[in-house]
Design a protein around this ligand. Structure first.
Ligand SMILES: [Zn+2]
Length: 281
């Protein structure tokens, strides 16, 4: 089967954000980010296919000015790292230690098989793992800007966010999402982990929060996501467990979402409700 139109990547300037940071946007799919420092250019995520990542590299070719390229994988989900083959051998690929294991897992190969069956744009994907890994945090000193890579699990076990203290900018990956982040279902503690990760990011007091989905820069996104989880475990908990009308009340404002996005986030909501009903929040 083939898809009717192949998504394209565009360079996207972020209003109000320091111009050393910009997005590489694949509409309705994901944003990767570029951070230009004195010492290196960091590409945060490689998009969903090597073709998209190769095109992204063309779009940023004028940024490098001879500086080395560093690649960061926020987590090993298909939309974030399946472009890794395009940078293999050209740049170190930095990620959490468990991201490497996820890329090499049978589950990743199953996902690839399913995605290829649905869309031939995934035919040329190769599953390429990070080449530099860490466990808790890793600091990349770019001179003018520092990238602090922080383990922030809950969406996935291998998730990392990027904190840039000089600009008070947080690249949140999928730890924060509008209207709500998705929980990892393979670990009973993922809901508590995600709340802890959101609290960690909020404790940094970012002035701008850039998630990989949703296109916002609003730092209040962290409060909104935390408030959502608090409402599931707080005064609505019993009603949520009973599946009553508060199930809808707690669902965040979803105006502006496309029908497929709404269906996706409703499924995320059901996962969070199950976690709350099981007392895991
Ligand atoms: Zn994602």
């Amino acid at each position: 089967m083939t898809s009717p139109a192949r998504p394209e990547v565009h360079r996207h300037l972020l209003p109000g954000v320091d111009p050393r940071i910009f997005a590489l946007r694949v509409a309705d799919e994901v944003d990767a980010f570029v951070v230009r420092t004195e010492r290196f250019v960091a590409l945060v995520d490689t998009l969903a296919t090597p073709e998209l990542c190769a095109r992204a590299l063309e779009l940023i070719a004028d940024e490098t000015g001879g500086r080395p390229l560093l690649v960061v994988n926020t987590h090993a989900d298909w939309d974030h790292v399946w472009g890794n083959a395009a940078v293999e051998g050209r740049a170190p690929i930095i990620g959490h230690r468990s991201a490497a294991a996820r890329v090499r897992s049978a589950e990743a190969r199953d996902t690839w098989r399913d995605k290829r069956a649905a869309d031939d744009r995934f035919d040329r994907v190769r599953l390429v793992a990070p080449t530099v890994t860490f466990d808790t945090s890793l600091t990349l000193d770019g001179g003018d800007l520092t990238l602090e890579l922080l383990h922030t699990p809950g969406h996935t076990p291998d998730h990392i966010a990027v904190w840039i203290p000089q600009l008070r900018v947080c690249l949140a990956g999928d730890a924060a999402e509008d209207p709500l982040p998705e929980l990892w279902e393979g670990d009973a503690s993922s809901a508590a982990q995600l709340v802890a990760s959101l609290e960690l990011l909020r404790s940094l007091a970012p002035e701008q929060v850039l998630p990989s989905h949703g296109g916002t820069t609003d730092p209040a996104l962290l409060d909104r996501n935390l408030g959502y989880f608090a409402s599931l475990s707080g005064r609505y908990a019993d009603a949520v467990r009973a599946g009553g009308p508060e199930f809808e009340t707690v669902f965040p404002d979803s105006s502006g979402l496309s029908a497929p996005a709404l269906a996706f986030y409703r499924a995320c909501h059901r996962k969070a409700v199950r976690a709350a009903a099981a007392g895991r929040l």
